[in-house]
Design a protein around this ligand. Structure first.
Ligand code: KIV
Length: 263
């Protein structure tokens, strides 16, 4: 197994034009599969509020829940870099509280970095965390924690603002930036302008890397999927087949057969 991915590996990959692979994960078994498959970055996203907890958006997710899930993911990873997502309202008040919350991801949960949403407005937080030795991945464009402010999950098209936000988060000290829900030509411009790697989700093919929500791309649940999601497997369909067969065999008395009994 090659050595663990770090912020320097990601910078090197950008320089050499090697694409960066990223996915979300929220627990030990899936994180283990991703790590062994060789996924470069595992983000413990606050998307867990929607795909694991069944909530309408990411806003109710708490710091304690994020620490709990990030710890499970970190324990499974020998190769992938683990990034913990700072939940809504964990970095919006006093800077020292943001540093304390971000520090918990590294101290208690084994993450190597944190991610937070926002552009120019969150630059003081990015700088404070970077000064405290906490690597920060920024996240601009469609930022799900601002769903009410954006009036829904909408593609963001203000090129000047996106370019400015991207430059600002880089200058503030971010080691990477997620570009979500923006037209691909703007993502391409940002990727060419920045020296830090861009990780796209619904931002076209020219970003330095790509991320998707694991439960969407593996077909784990049947919620609405945005246009940018490609479904690489149908795990919910496979599970349904197994469950139907189990019910049939238990009801029909075929399970357990002799081979599953103790003598
Ligand atoms: O919470 C999350 O999973 C994310 C990714 C979709 C980038 O922020």
């Amino acid at each position: 197994m090659p050595s663990k991915i770090t912020t320097s590996t990601l910078m090197k990959m950008k320089k050499e034009g090697q694409k960066i692979t990223a996915l979300t994960a929220y627990d030990y078994p899936f994180a283990g599969m991703l790590d062994q498959a060789g996924i470069d970055i595992i983000l413990v996203g606050d998307s867990l509020g929607m795909v694991v907890q069944g909530k309408e958006n990411t806003l109710p997710v708490t710091m304690d829940e994020m620490i709990y899930h990030t710890s499970m993911v970190s324990r499974a990873c020998q190769y992938s870099m683990v990034i913990g997502d700072m939940p809504f309202m964990s970095y919006h008040g006093a800077l020292d509280k943001a540093v304390e919350n971000a520090g918990r991801f590294l101290k208690e949960a084994g993450a190597a970095a944190v991610k937070l949403e926002g552009g120019a407005d969150v630059c003081p937080v990015i700088t404070a965390l970077s000064k405290a030795g906490i690597p920060v991945q920024a996240h601009i464009g469609l930022t799900p924690q601002s769903v009410h402010q954006m009036g829904g999950f909408k593609v963001q098209r203000d090129e000047d603002r996106l370019l400015k936000d991207a430059g600002n988060v880089q200058d503030a000290g971010a080691f990477s930036v997620v570009l979500e829900g923006i037209p691909s030509d703007i993502a391409k411009k940002i990727t060419r302008t920045l020296t830090i790697p861009t990780i796209g989700i619904g931002a076209g093919a020219d970003c330095d890397g790509q991320i998707l929500v694991l439960h969407d791309m593996l077909g784990i649940n049947n919620r609405f999927l945005p246009k940018f999601v490609k479904k690489y497997a149908d795990l919910a369909g496979e599970a349904k087949k197994g469950l139907d067969q189990y019910i049939k065999e238990v009801k029909g008395g075929q399970f357990p057969s002799k081979e599953y009994e103790y003598k």
